[in-house]
Design a protein around this ligand. Structure first.
Ligand code: GDP
Ligand code: MG
Length: 318
C-alpha cells in the first residue's frame, strides 16, 4: 500500500546473471505469484518478462532476463540480446549469482587457513565487467540455503564486494523467500521519483496468451531431458476468450526439430503429451481465473532455432 506522505517512485529494474542462478525464482518470490517459468534446465527463460511489484511508495518493474551465456545457436544470440537490452534501459540492476553447490564446498574450513576458500565464478567476473556504470547495482547472492556452513558466507560476500561498488549486498534464498523483501527495500530506495505507470493490480505487461505458451514449455522442460527441452518451442495457434462464463479455448503447436523428439514428447499411448497438457492447463487456469480448454499438437520443424524467419514466427525476435 502506498503511503500518501511519501513521493511516488517508479523504476525499471533488470535481473541479470548467469543461467540457472535463480533469477526467475526471485521474480516469482517478489511477485508472490509463480508468473515466470522455473526449471533445473539452464536457459529456461527465453524472453525478457516484466513483473510489477508495488512496494511501499515504489513501483518496481522487474525485468527477468534470459541468462547471459555463450550462444551456440541463433536463438541463443537472440536471448543474449534480450538480456543486454534489458540491462541497458534499467534504472537499477539486480545482479544475481548463486552460492556454490554443496558438492563443491570443502568439508570443513580450518581456522588457521588464510584467505577465502571460495572465489566468485569466472562468468560473474565477465558479466560484472560488462554491466557498465550508469545504473546502480544491487548484488544478490542467491541459494544461501545450500550453504550449511555460514562461516563461508562472509568471505565469499567480501570477495564479491571487492569487485565493484555495489549499492547493496543481499544474501537471499529465493526458494525459501528469505531476504527477498530486503532486496525490494534496497531497490525501492534506488528507484527515481516518478509517477506509477501500472495499475496496482497489474502483474505484467505480457498478454496471458504469452504465458499460456510459456506454461506449456515449462511442462516440457519438466517432463523431458537432454535435447528435447532446448529443441522445443510453443506456438499459440488459436486463443478464443469466451464472452461470459465459458471456458477459454487455446490451440497450441509444439515445434521440435526431429521426428525422434516428437516421439519422445508424445510418449507411449500419448500419455506424456496428455500429462503435459493437463499440468499446463492447471497453471493457465490459475493465471486467468477461469476454465481452460487446451489442445496440443506436436510438429517437426527442422532447425527452427537456426532460422531467423522461424524465430520471427515463433515470437523470439520481438
Ligand atoms: P534462472 O535461469 O536464473 O531464471 O533460474 P531459475 O529461477 O529457473 O532457477 C534455476 C534452478 O535453481 C531451479 O531448479 C530453482 O528451483 C533453483 N533455485 C532457485 N532459487 C533457489 C534457492 O534460493 N535455493 C535453491 N537451493 N535453489 C534455488
Ligand atoms: Mg529464468
Amino acid at each position: 500500500e502506498a503511503d500518501a506522505a511519501l513521493p511516488k517512485r517508479s523504476g525499471r529494474v533488470a535481473l541479470v546473471g548467469r543461467p540457472n542462478v535463480g533469477k526467475s525464482t526471485l521474480l516469482n518470490a517478489a511477485l508472490g505469484h509463480p508468473l515466470a517459468i522455473v526449471s533445473p534446465t539452464p536457459q529456461t527463460t527465453r524472453d525478457a518478462i516484466l513483473g510489477v511489484v508495488h512496494h511501499g511508495p515504489a513501483e518496481i518493474a522487474l525485468l527477468d532476463t534470459p541468462g547471459l551465456h555463450r550462444p551456440r545457436t541463433e536463438l541463443g544470440r537472440v536471448m543474449n540480446q534480450a538480456a543486454r537490452e534489458a540491462a541497458r534501459g534499467a534504472d537499477v540492476i539486480v545482479f544475481v549469482t548463486e552460492a556454490p553447490d554443496p558438492a563443491r564446498l570443502p568439508r570443513r574450513v580450518k581456522e588457521d587457513e588464510d584467505g577465502p576458500p571460495l572465489a566468485p565464478h569466472p562468468g560473474d567476473l565477465t558479466l560484472l565487467a560488462d554491466l557498465g556504470s550508469e545504473a546502480p547495482v544491487v548484488f544478490v547472492l542467491n541459494k544461501v540455503d545450500r550453504m550449511r556452513d555460514k562461516a563461508l558466507l562472509l568471505p565469499l560476500l567480501d570477495a564479491f564486494a571487492k569487485l565493484r561498488d555495489f549499492a547493496a549486498i543481499v544474501p537471499v534464498s529465493a526458494l525459501r523467500e528469505d531476504g527477498v523483501q530486503r532486496v525490494l527495500d534496497e531497490v525501492a530506495k534506488l528507484c527515481p521519483e516518478r509517477d506509477w505507470g501500472f495499475a496496482p493490480d497489474e502483474l505484467t505487461d505480457r498478454p496471458t496468451r504469452f504465458f499460456a505458451a510459456e506454461y506449456v514449455r515449462e511442462q516440457i522442460l519438466r517432463a523431458t531431458k537432454a535435447e528435447v527441452p532446448h529443441a522445443s518451442a510453443v506456438q499459440i495457434e488459436r486463443y478464443v476468450e469466451p464472452t461470459g462464463e465459458g471456458a477459454l479455448h487455446i490451440d497450441a503447436t509444439i515445434h521440435v526439430e526431429r521426428p525422434g523428439q516428437k516421439k519422445i514428447l508424445i510418449g507411449a499411448g500419448a500419455e506424456q503429451l496428455k500429462r503435459i497438457g493437463t499440468e499446463a492447463r492447471l497453471r493457465i487456469e490459475e493465471l486467468v481465473g477461469r476454465q481452460v480448454n487446451l489442445k496440443l499438437w506436436v510438429r517437426v520443424t527442422p532447425e527452427w532455432r537456426e532460422s531467423r524467419e522461424r524465430l520471427d514466427e515463433l515470437g523470439y525476435n520481438k
